[in-house]
Ligand binder design. Sequence first.
Ligand code: GLV
Ligand code: MG
Length: 350
Amino acid sequence: MPATRTPAKFYSPLAIGAPEPFRQLPVRLERMIHFIPPQNPKIRARLDEIVASVDVLLGNLEDAIPADEKEAARRGFIEMAEQHDFGSTGLWVRINALNSPWALDDIMEIVGAVGSKLDVIMLPKVEGPWDIHYLDQLLAQLEARHSIKRPILIHAILETAEGVSNVEEIAAASPRMHGMSLGPADLAASRGMKTTRVGGGHPDYGVLSDPQPNGSPRPFFQQDLWHYTVARMVDACVRNGIKPFYGPFGDFSDDAACEAQFRNAFLMGCVGAWSLHPKQIAIAKRVFSPDPNEVAFAKRILDAMPDGTGAVMIDGKMQDDATWKQAKVIVDLARLVAAKDPELAAQYGF
Ligand code: GLV
Ligand code: MG
């Protein structure tokens, strides 16, 4: 059993003058984390419009940013954070991995310049709680130095075999933990999976049905490569009061498969996914906002069981304390969505 801080110490600031850690995550709608390359002037010119259309805007400094543009991306992120008002949209940055030549300057320069506007740092290739502890301590020192009043949160990407093995300890590493995203591309490489994709299924990963007595063709059912990892991540996150996300879906020509992958994650407990292409914003909105028919049914359950106990029948289906709790998850999420989206608010009848 590794040594851990006592509960009292766990919630103390790690540097004199740093803000108190949150005891509960701020309630925020984060259906999509929209990735942009901050060094790109065309995207920066349209930033206000993009900010208005997403729940979270993330400046990406890590993979997909060429090595010779890393510093321009970091500068671009600082400028965009300084120049724009993000309103209720979250402002996140994905820094480079801790073992890269850029990570230290990413952290020092960004927190120093725009730490008060930054909600979350996404940390890639997290292998264990030691990575979180390092960033946690450094952020506390920087918050104190720059008089930052609200703690900057950490979101880990789960994308190495070692990280998956340590997922529980990562989720529990600090009150600064916001949540986790599955990173299927790096995870596939780390595990030695025989794929060349960014998320989604594979046509050869599946189950062949038994031979048919009449010798007719045997149906083959494709399976979800990510089921095990998403399930472990959801349990580790929820146990620690933090949020699980599905990460990237790289085939921009297959919106149906993107939607199916996002929906599996949503049904299993994830609260959002990454959008790497503008068209994935609408997909994530559709998937991670509850279906109006489900919301209507969930409201009927809550109305039929005002104190959440007992058993009732609705449309021939048994409802009890456990379905009441499921209904509450859906209605609470619908209220959060409705507060941001008047069109869905009308559909939900709020
Ligand atoms: C995301 O970073 C991934 O590797 O899938
Ligand atoms: Mg990755």
